[in-house]
Ligand binder design. Structure first.
Ligand code: 13P
Ligand code: SF4
Length: 303
C-alpha cells in the first residue's frame, strides 16, 4: 500500500511534467483503472485519443489500441506501459490473406473490427468496435461485406443486418473459452441472476444471454437493470466499473478464466516507468498510418 501511494504520487507529478493523459480500457488491472483520466471501451478510448489536447497519451490497453491512438493523433507521443501487451485475435489475420479475399470478392467492402493491426486497417474501408458494429455495417454502401477478424462477433452482427458477411475465422481466446456448460452451471447456481454476455463469445453462448452487448453496453445495462444479481460473460476487469456503478448489486463472473492475460501485462509500476522514461512508444510507419486513418475516421463519423 505504501509503495502504491508513492507510485501514485510520482505518477501525478510525471503526468503534469509530460502533459499526459492516461487512458485505460475496462479490462486493465484495478490499480491502473483507479488512476486513469478516462476509463472506457475501445470506441470511447479511440474518440478520446482523437480529441485530446494533451501532448502525451499513455494507452493502458493492448497494442492495437495504442496503434489506433497513434494513427488518430500522429503528432502526439503515445506510450504503452508494456509493448508485449498484444491481442492474439488481432494476429489471426494477415495482409496477404485479406488481399486474397478482396480479390475473390471485388464488389465487397471490408469492415474491420478495431482489434486488428495498423497494416490490416490500411487495407480496410471502415473500422468498427463491438459497440457500433451493426451501425457501421448498415452504413456501408455495399451488399457484401468482408468481415475480419472475429468470427463470433461476425456471427452476431450477421443476425442483425440484411447484408451478406464473408467472415474471417479469428476469435478472442478469452471470450471464446466460455462454454454453454459453464453458463448452464452458473444459471443453476444463481437462478435469479441475469446473464449478460459480450458478442465475442461463441454464438451458442451469446444465444443464452439475457442481455448481449459490448463492454460499455453491459456496464450500462447492469447499472440500469432492476436485477440485483448478474452472471457476467465478459472480461474480469469490468468488475471494477460494475462494482463502482452498483456497489449493492452482486456480480458473478461466468468462469474464473475470463481474464485476458495480455491486458494484465500492464501494471501500475510499468505505467509510472513508461512516463518516466517516455518508452516504449508506439510507432506506426506514416504510409501505413495515413491509409489506416481513413478507416478509423470513417468509423468516428458514423452517426
Ligand atoms: P470493447 O471494448 O469494444 O467491448 O472490446 C472488447 C475487447 O475485447 C477489447 O479487447
Ligand atoms: Fe484481444 Fe480478447 Fe484480450 Fe480483447 S480480451 S485484447 S480481444 S484477447
Amino acid at each position: 500500500a505504501e509503495m502504491n501511494r508513492e507510485l501514485k504520487e510520482r505518477l501525478f507529478q510525471l503526468k503534469k511534467e509530460r502533459n499526459a493523459i492516461i487512458l485505460a480500457h475496462y479490462y486493465q488491472r484495478d490499480e491502473i483503472q483507479e488512476v486513469a483520466d478516462f476509463r472506457g471501451d475501445s470506441f470511447l478510448l479511440a474518440q478520446k485519443a482523437a480529441s485530446t489536447d494533451a501532448e502525451t497519451i499513455v494507452f493502458c490497453g493492448v497494442h492495437f489500441m495504442g496503434e489506433s491512438a497513434k494513427i488518430l493523433a500522429p503528432d502526439k507521443t503515445v506510450l504503452i506501459p508494456d509493448e508485449r501487451a498484444g491481442c492474439p485475435m488481432a494476429d489471426m489475420v494477415n495482409v496477404d490473406g485479406l488481399r486474397k479475399l478482396k480479390a475473390q470478392h471485388p464488389n465487397a467492402k471490408v469492415v474491420t473490427y478495431i482489434n486488428s493491426s495498423a497494416e490490416i486497417k490500411a487495407e480496410t474501408d471502415i473500422c468498427c468496435t463491438s459497440s457500433n458494429a451493426v451501425k457501421v455495417i448498415n452504413s456501408v454502401d455495399a451488399d457484401e461485406i468482408i468481415w475480419v477478424p472475429d468470427k463470433n462477433l461476425g456471427h452476431y452482427v450477421q443476425q442483425h443486418t440484411d447484408k451478406k458477411l464473408i467472415i474471417w475465422e479469428g476469435y478472442c481466446n478469452t471470450h471464446d473459452m466460455l462454454t454453454v456448460k459453464d453458463v448452464v452451471e452458473m444459471k443453476a447456481k444463481y437462478p435469479n441472476a441475469e446473464f449478460v454476455v459480450h458478442p465475442e463469445c461463441r454464438p451458442e453462448v451469446v444465444e443464452m444471454g439475457d442481455f448481449v452487448g459490448s463492454t460499455t453496453a453491459i456496464l450500462d445495462h447492469c447499472k440500469n437493470s432492476p436485477a440485483q444479481e448478474f452472471i457476467v460473460g465478459t472480461e474480469d476487469g469490468t468488475g471494477y466499473q460494475l462494482r463502482k456503478d452498483s456497489p449493492d448489486k452482486t456480480f458473478h463472473f461466468a468462469t474464473k478464466f475470463l481474464v485476458c492475460p495480455n491486458m494484465k501485462v500492464n501494471n501500475l509500476k510499468k505505467l509510472v516507468k513508461c512516463l518516466e522514461t517516455m518508452q516504449p512508444q508506439i510507432y506506426v510507419p506514416p504510409v501505413v498510418a495515413d491509409k489506416a486513418r481513413l478507416s478509423l475516421e470513417r468509423m468516428l463519423q458514423v452517426k
